[in-house]
Design a binder for this molecule. Structure first.
Ligand SMILES: *[C@@H]1O[C@H](CO)[C@@H](O)[C@H](O)[C@H]1NC(C)=O
Ligand SMILES: *[C@@H]1O[C@H](CO)[C@@H](O)[C@H](O)[C@H]1NC(C)=O
Ligand SMILES: *[C@@H]1O[C@H](CO)[C@@H](O)[C@H](O)[C@H]1NC(C)=O
Ligand SMILES: *[C@@H]1O[C@H](CO)[C@@H](O)[C@H](O)[C@H]1NC(C)=O
Ligand SMILES: *[C@@H]1O[C@H](CO)[C@@H](O)[C@H](O)[C@H]1NC(C)=O
Ligand SMILES: *[C@@H]1O[C@H](CO)[C@@H](O)[C@H](O)[C@H]1NC(C)=O
Ligand SMILES: *[C@@H]1O[C@H](CO)[C@@H](O)[C@H](O)[C@H]1NC(C)=O
Ligand SMILES: *[C@@H]1O[C@H](CO)[C@@H](O)[C@H](O)[C@H]1NC(C)=O
Ligand SMILES: *[C@@H]1O[C@H](CO)[C@@H](O)[C@H](O)[C@H]1NC(C)=O
Ligand SMILES: *[C@@H]1O[C@H](CO)[C@@H](O)[C@H](O)[C@H]1NC(C)=O
Length: 510
């Protein structure tokens, strides 16, 4: 799970060692799986859900034995976590670190594809007293991996809060809070020396909330801003299309302010809560769906932030299930994009910049032709036969044993065939009618028809934005509040950030 970098350009000779490990790989979208879940499904069910959803990258906050066993031979890449409680012990004892690696990593490789260890969660900002042991802990873990000859497969890093960067706008002047000068220097030195990456928890939700209106919500939701309100870094004149990009760039500039380069940033947590209390009006399903879908689209477009367009931003969405056991405001418990029964809280993975306008009618991506729910079954059967015959739709996927056979009913089979015909012919004027038994929709039938515990998930309809990527597609989620401290109830951005932000936003008059 090395953070993907574009390796085509020979300018980036320094990145060669990184590139050799990640060549040809673009950004991926993964998912955080929290631990504070009421009614957590069994590990086997969770993994079945992940597979059905084609989620191929996950981050665990611990090294749960059952999850790691269930993930074996799954094709899913796994980031395991050292909990904040464990960091202290590991940072003070190399043998504790070695035992941790043996028990939680070496014991599972290679069948469970563990590719990274996240050491703690926002350690510096949530348990500052552990700062002196953070880098030693990472070093000990790394040495234990070296001893097992696993250091090339498994990278060690530690997710950092945006709170490490008090002023992140304009990104070009961002810097780590100097309280942690020496720790950050050692931290970056470690990442550089071991070919690892900077793990960033980036929450435009908190950036927006804490901004008290300085930022338009559209900026946080990746929506296009009017031309006269583009957000520009006045030092570099780089345009920022989203708060997410400013956060990632702030991390790059902060790293560079310490004179380090070539350390890729990956986002270990990002998401949006879908429900909140009376004073959390922005935590809505609509916003969460828009944020999540746009985040996925943003990440999978493979471009980096404006200052490093060649560095794709692999991102783990926060998070799979709600963590109801977390303390804090109501929104804190409502970041999960799936219910624990496996059904979706809202649809993710659509190519959309706005939940109400999800279609791209020119290519048909995001537009589906399906059977009307009230159509006469006999008429549907005729339409199905026509589509698969004369219409030359590819109906192999709805044959017995194939991915779209279930649910085995005339509506689903007709929908599949109609949609396949529609997408084959849309560019030459094909329509979605079938004697009035068909209709178009922007809701991906894969998503609505899937019961992710029974695995219809590999049935993908033509035109799904999921079709076009072999990489993990994911639903959204939020920030992985450390199990014990540093919970998401802490707003991530200081007031000060926004005072300076207010002064520095440039309104470009075009
Ligand atoms: C594990 O993940 C790495 C990194 O993407 C990949 O190269 C390797 O093939 C995977 N191993 C297995 C057994 O799937
Ligand atoms: C830096 O961190 C310290 C310790 O948390 C905090 O007291 C201080 O306000 C922070 N500085 C800025 C500029 O935010
Ligand atoms: C941290 O680094 C900054 C800039 O390099 C410097 O101004 C500051 O004095 C340093 N602080 C400490 C505590 O070393
Ligand atoms: C980074 O390098 C510049 C130029 O060599 C130097 O002035 C600056 O002090 C260095 N900063 C740090 C944090 O080492
Ligand atoms: C990818 O996203 C970046 C950042 O939002 C944007 O500038 C760029 O135009 C996008 N590229 C494509 C091909 O959509
Ligand atoms: C799954 O759980 C949610 C929330 O409890 C519920 O609304 C939904 O109907 C359930 N779905 C199924 C298929 O049981
Ligand atoms: C969606 O697109 C339609 C047609 O282009 C437009 O009229 C409508 O205002 C859009 N809705 C939103 C919420 O942007
Ligand atoms: C029909 O779809 C199947 C499954 O996706 C694929 O393997 C096959 O090549 C397709 N056939 C044609 C003629 O496109
Ligand atoms: C598939 O069948 C289910 C009932 O099993 C129905 O609710 C759903 O709407 C159907 N999907 C399509 C795309 O026709
Ligand atoms: C998939 O993406 C490629 C390049 O991004 C594009 O050329 C192609 O048309 C897309 N295919 C579909 C079915 O959307």
């Amino acid at each position: 799970m090395m953070p993907p970098a574009r390796c085509g350009s020979s300018i980036f000779l320094l990145l060669i060692s990184i590139c050799t490990q990640i060549s040809g790989v673009g950004a991926f979208v993964g998912v955080n799986i929290g631990t504070q879940v009421i009614n957590m499904p069994s590990a086997t069910d969770v993994v079945a859900t992940l597979k059905a959803r084609q989620i191929t990258y996950v981050r665990l906050f611990d090294a749960d034995r059952r999850m790691l066993n269930a993930l074996s031979n799954s094709g899913i890449e796994v980031m395991v976590g050292v909990t904040n409680e464990e960091v202290l012990g590991i940072g003070q004892s190399s043998s504790t670190a070695a035992a941790w690696v043996n028990k939680n990593v070496a014991a599972y490789l290679p069948t469970t594809n563990i590719t990274a260890i996240a050491v703690g969660s926002e350690v510096l900002t949530s348990i500052p007293n552990a700062a002196p042991v953070l880098v030693p802990a990472m070093n000990y873990l790394h040495r234990a991996l070296v001893a097992s000859n696993l250091n090339f497969q498994v990278k060690v890093s530690s997710p950092q809060s945006m709170d490490m960067i008090p002023r992140y706008f304009p990104p070009s002047t961002a810097n780590f809070n100097s309280t942690w000068n020496s720790t950050m220097y050692q931290f970056l030195q470690f990442l550089k020396n071991t070919g690892s990456f900077y793990m960033l928890n980036a929450y435009p939700y908190y950036g927006y909330i804490k901004g008290n209106g300085i930022f338009p919500i559209d900026f946080a939701l990746f929506k296009q801003l009017p031309l006269n309100k583009q957000i520009v870094d006045s030092n570099t004149l780089l345009h920022y299309n989203s708060m997410f990009d400013t956060m990632v760039d702030a991390a790059y500039y902060s790293i560079e302010a310490y004179n380090f380069s070539g350390i890729p940033v990956i986002v270990t947590e990002s998401g949006w809560p879908w429900f909140g209390g009376a004073k959390e009006p922005d935590a809505t399903i609509d916003n969460a769906a828009i944020y999540g879908n746009n985040l996925i689209e943003r990440v999978l477009n493979d471009s980096g932030p404006p200052s490093h367009p060649e560095m794709p931003i692999s991102t783990y969405i926060y998070e799979l299930f709600n963590e109801d056991k977390l303390p804090g405001p109501i929104s804190e418990k409502n970041w999960g994009f799936l219910f624990t029964n496996g059904s979706a809280v809202y649809s993710l993975g659509l190519s959309t910049s706005d939940s109400s306008n999800v279609t791209d009618s020119s290519s048909g991506v995001g537009l589906f032709c399906v059977a009307k729910p009230d159509a006469d079954p006999t008429a549907l059967k005729s339409g199905l036969d026509w589509a698969c015959g004369q219409g030359m739709a590819n109906c192999s996927n709805i044959q017995d044993g194939q991915p779209c056979y279930e649910p085995n009913n005339i509506y689903n089979h007709s929908s599949y065939a109609y949609n396949d015909y529609f997408h084959r012919t849309i560019s030459s004027g094909g329509t979605c009618d079938f004697s009035g038994t068909a209709t178009t929709t922007s809701v991906d039938p894969k998503i609505i028809s899937s019961d992710f515990f029974t695995g219809y998930g590999s049935c993908i309809f033509a035109g799904s934005s999921i079709t076009n990527t072999s990489r993990a597609f994911t639903p959204p989620s939020g920030f992985g509040p450390p199990s014990s401290s540093g919970g998401g109830s802490n707003l991530r951005v200081s007031e000060f950030t926004f005072l300076s932000l207010a002064l520095l936003i440039v309104l470009v008059q075009l």
